[in-house]
Design a binder for this molecule. Structure first.
Ligand SMILES: Nc1ncnc2c1ncn2[C@@H]1O[C@H](COP(=O)(O)OP(=O)(O)OP(=O)(O)O)[C@@H](O)[C@H]1O
Ligand SMILES: [Mg+2]
Length: 320
């Protein structure tokens, strides 16, 4: 283990000193179209957003991307899955009365738990009790499945905002999801932690499709460079590399929006960060994808997935 850490340190030093030449054959322009798993009509896609290091912008990315997709007609739900530290609601400036656990306990119904945000996105606040979901009775499980099926018929994309790091809670989600976005910043500590996360995901979940979002980059060139270099290291030591899903620059308006408890895509739609979020959101749902609004015409809920969200949750609950 420590040998690997040493190796990584050397790699990161070589990355930051620019001595590592980027192989042009490993170009990672944000063109995920050919790589994202395609959905059957009616099957919601689940996208988990995670990171190695904390505080890199996962929750802001999740919320603003969801709103951007929602504003263009995709039906998005967010499950705030950051165990114990759920804060999507804080970014939105709302204080939810109930969370998923209240739903499971049967105290309240789905309508009372779900918060609707800009772009008609729906948020299921996680609260701090999600680990307790591991101890559900059959009756409670059946109850949540009913609610989830209800939500499913109205959802194209379910985004999970997970916590950071390699803890069992986070990995439980990441093992169950195919589409994973790892948020990373250009800081060496974030890069090494992102590498460790990517390695863990590929090893625990070989079918995973990882997209890298480089947040707090100076500009697009730096964003691409971080993704290329991380991709090069991953290719060399893991034999696979995540695709580059896009970048978001450091933007003072992001912090200002957080302070105002408003999503920046709503508070500052003309900001550079909002523009980049829209570009990433567009690439996540290319025209022709069943989650693309025009593709849904005539098929809403027509084909129910074999597994769907209920099966997905069953897998998650079984993995804690
Ligand atoms: N593009 C950006 N430009 C400027 N500041 C940013 C940007 N993205 C995030 N931040 C700052 O970083 C802070 C942390 O962001 P956020 O809460 O989204 O991170 P996180 O990865 O979800 O954190 P945690 O691991 O604690 O859940 C924000 O409150 C904001 O001040
Ligand atoms: Mg967060």
């Amino acid at each position: 283990m420590s040998g690997q850490v040493e190796k990584l340190k050397v790699l990161v030093e070589s990355m930051t000193s620019d001595s590592l030449r980027v192989d042009q054959s490993l170009r990672s322009d944000p063109d995920p179209r050919g790589e994202l798993p395609r959905l059957q009509a009616g099957e919601p896609r689940v996208i988990a957003v995670t990171s190695g290091k904390g505080g890199v912008g996962k929750s802001n990315f999740t919320l603003n991307t969801a709103i951007s997709l929602g504003l263009s007609g995709t039906r998005v739900a967010i499950l705030d899955a950051d165990l114990g530290l759920a804060n999507i609601d804080t970014l939105l400036g709302v204080a939810p009365r109930y969370n998923l656990l209240d739903l499971v306990r049967g105290d309240v119904g789905l309508d009372e738990v779900v918060i609707t945000g800009p772009g008609n996105i729906r948020i299921i606040p996680g609260g701090s009790g999600i680990p307790e979901l591991a101890r559900l009775s059959e009756a409670e499980l059946a109850r949540i499945m009913t609610f989830i099926t209800q939500l499913e018929s109205e959802t194209d994309i379910l985004m999970l905002d997970t916590g950071a790091g390699l803890g069992p809670g986070v990995m439980g989600f990441l093992k169950a999801v195919r589409d994973i976005i790892v948020v990373v910043t250009p800081e060496p500590t974030s890069i090494t932690d992102a590498y460790a996360m990517i390695k863990a995901v590929y090893s625990e979940n070989p079918g995973a499709e990882i997209g890298l979002v480089v947040n707090m980059a100076r500009d697009g060139a730096e964003g691409r460079q971080v993704a290329e270099k991380l991709g090069l290291v991953a290719q060399r030591f893991i034999g696979r590399k995540p695709r580059f899903a896009g970048y978001i620059p450091t933007d003072t308006l992001v912090r200002r929006a957080v302070m105002r408890q408003e999503p920046f895509i709503v508070a500052y739609p003309q900001s550079e960060a909002a523009r980049c979020i829209r570009a990433i959101a567009r690439s996540l749902v290319p025209p022709g994808d069943p989650a693309f609004p025009a593709s849904r015409v005539g098929v809403p809920g027509a084909v129910r997935p074999r597994e769907g969200l209920a099966g997905f949750l069953r897998r998650i609950l079984g993995s804690f």
